[in-house]
Design a protein around this ligand. Structure first.
Ligand SMILES: *Cc1c(COP(=O)(O)O)cnc(C)c1O
Length: 339
């Protein structure tokens, strides 16, 4: 089986398992787990933020960020196709009593400064006030597109001009950094907080990081406890995260594999595929007169797994457990699936 459903399916290799087995640990709720402390120090360094916090999942990291930046009842400006809005079980409302205002970020999923100013609500007797803007990079629903630092800067500047803080959902921040050939710290330079996942392309079994100012992380740490994310001897699961952070450069292989996969699939009759910017390949199946569900079903009978992403859009995601040979094999099997 070639599993391209997501980069979350990656399994830790021998060295990550050894790191977990040998990790020095302590009670992290007391701040005494040396492995977690080291991971947090490195995550802060990699993002250029003052401090960072280890969290069990990316979803929890985003939700803690929203809770920490806002007051109950405020509005959050979110992009219409963003993960924090579409795929987190309505957490902004459920966990933090926030109201969302959606913005259509267009092809690249980034609201323009003008849209941000238009969406802003000033607090008064009748209106809740805007408490946060969230952005996403790479943008998952738009096909893993890598948003350049200047575009992030422009959105953040517009929000800051209205006294609104900015959180970046950077689940795949390092894919963006590698694709754009800029340091991750440059991409997040103008935002107030960022979450990134260790458990996707970076290959760790568990965990994400939330980074921001010291004061922000101190309050986020309290909200992590509130949301049930205060873990004890978490060094066991954090240790592979340190290796994950050291292996950022290998994401370039995933991008190259995605580029080759897209090219191979686009050449097949009935499929249309845009060149990917990172490790996500969106396949349009309508010319094959197939829904995404039918297409994914046909691929599965050929032992290739993808995921349904829209009515006629399927997603393949490259990752560290598939190599160039698997990609050539995938193209051949998808061709067979279409026949
Ligand atoms: C995967 C993902 C998340 C959430 O991460 P989990 O660890 O699965 O909770 C958040 N945002 C984006 C853009 C993602 O792709």
């Amino acid at each position: 089986m070639i599993d391209l459903r997501s980069d979350t399916v990656t399994k830790p290799g021998e060295s990550m398992r050894e790191a977990a087995a040998n990790a020095a640990v302590g009670d992290d709720v007391y701040g005494e787990d040396p492995t977690v402390n080291e991971l947090e120090r490195r995550a802060a360094e990699a993002t250029g933020m003052a401090d960072a916090l280890y969290v069990p999942t990316g979803t929890m990291g985003n939700q803690i960020a929203a809770r920490t930046h806002t007051d109950r009842g405020e509005e959050v400006l979110v992009e219409r196709e963003s993960h924090v809005y579409k795929w987190e079980v309505g957490g902004l409302a459920q966990l933090s009593s926030l109201q969302v205002r959606t913005i259509d970020g267009g092809d690249r999923g980034v609201p323009t400064p003008e849209q941000i100013r238009d969406g802003f609500v000033e607090e008064d007797l009748h209106r809740p006030g805007t408490g946060l803007l969230t952005l996403e990079n790479t943008h998952n629903s738009k096909g893993g597109i890598a948003i350049d630092p200047e575009t992030i800067d422009a959105a953040a500047e517009a929000a800051h001009g209205l006294d609104v803080p900015v959180h970046l959902d950077g689940a795949r921040l390092f894919n963006a950094a590698v694709a754009l050939d800029v340091p991750a710290s440059r991409i997040v330079e103008s935002v107030d907080s960022v979450m990134f996942c260790l458990s996707k392309g970076l290959g760790a079994p568990v965990g994400s990081m939330l980074a921001g100012s010291e004061e922000f992380i101190e309050r986020a740490r309290r909200n992590r406890k509130l949301f049930g994310g205060g873990m004890r001897q978490a060094g066991i699961v954090a240790a592979p995260g340190i290796e994950a952070l050291e292996s950022v450069d290998r994401l370039a292989d995933d991008h190259e594999n995605a580029r080759r996969l897209a090219e191979g699939l686009d050449a097949l009759d009935g499929l249309s595929v845009q060149p990917p910017e990172t490790n996500i390949v969106l396949v349009e199946t309508s010319d094959a007169e197939m829904t995404a569900e039918e297409f994914c079903g046909a691929c599965e009978t050929e032992d290739v797994l993808g995921s349904e992403f829209g009515e006629t859009v399927a997603r393949f995601c490259t990752h560290r457990n598939v190599d160039g040979e698997d990609i050539e094999e995938t193209i051949a099997r998808v061709e067979a699936a279409l026949a």
